[in-house]
Ligand binder design. Sequence first.
Ligand code: NAD
Length: 387
Amino acid sequence: MLLGILKETAPGETRVALLPESLKSLLAQGITIAVESGAGMSAGASDSAYSEAGAAIAASRATLLAEADVLPMVNAPNPADQAHLKPGAVVIGFLKPLDAPQALAAAIARSATLFSMELVPRISRAQSMDALSSMATVAGYKAVILAADRLPRLFPMLMTAAGTIPPARVFVIGAGVAGLQAIATARRLGAVVEAYDVRAAAGEQVRSLGAKFLDVDLGGISAEGGGGYAAELSEEALDRGRDLITKTAAHSDVIITTAQVPGRPAPRLIRKAAIEAMRPGSVLVDLAAPAGGNCELTQPGIEQILNGVTLLAPLNLPAEVPIHASQLYARNILNFLALILKKGELTIDLADEVLAGACMAHNGAPVNPRVAKLLQTDNAPAGSLAC
Ligand code: NAD
């Protein structure tokens, strides 16, 4: 049984799927581990650290792809890599199952078993494998740090002999995993924080972090979807949120926006008028940019200055904190591997709801029904949907 650790090839990617510290329990099962040279370098892990931990350094990427039985990755393998996969290999990672399942057609044709970390069910038993939450936590933190760096003001209130500086005012939209971490980080830096979410249940968590929760009367519409997620709202209900956001934007120095609805493009909540209402020098970080963005002026991946307001739309903030993002991700991967590697042998039991939920394809055919449906549709959406 050979487990391979590849160097990620996506532009700007700095994370690695497993770190040297992750290998002990796998090696103890008698699994052989090989690493592509340089795989962990940008996450602080040198080839020699992997060697000292008991892994071999692979002769080349192509041999590793051709020989590995299990490949934990951060991002999906590209088509050229897929063509080299060992038939029947297991690939685990953020595979974008609902954005671009067709991009994995070559791997499916080689009968690879594909497990998508985005599809791991959010049930108690699988919490330790919830890589979406791990990465959202890192992104929420980093978004505030970015905003604080760009803001031409201080975050904390300062009382000095030269006078008093008021605290920065931060507005967080979407109080899920990333939003709550953004609130906690902004509070630690001394900001006054307000937050808005359509799910009323988020209010208590927001208040427990010392922030003010802004309620919107949705006229009796339920905003709760399944599993703690939000439901997709009507335009009328969205408008009530948009009005509150425009009003709150006028006195906010920083907006961090994180609102998402699983499997749908991000809701457009921030109108051009809200940006125009912000003071010059203010900063907006749109964490929903990978799903299109919460602001109607967002251009994913592009930084803009509009009427003096800085609008950031980062596509991969966890990659800007590679050591801790990789540590958390590696722990999620290790916990997932424990479901399929028993005493060094590969055992894939698709009767297990976690494995069945996360499995995109097995034995040359799609498993997850949503993925199967998208693969059947020639015009399946590309690059616009979040999971
Ligand atoms: P997410 O990334 O899908 O969405 C982020 C936030 O945006 C959510 O809080 C959502 O309510 C909010 N949102 C959506 N539409 C909005 C709108 N129109 N206006 C304002 N806000 C809007 O969600 P997430 O952060 O991944 O998770 C959301 C919730 O799921 C968590 O708070 C938690 O309750 C639950 N959760 C459960 C588990 C588990 O059981 N293992 C794990 C993670 C999260």
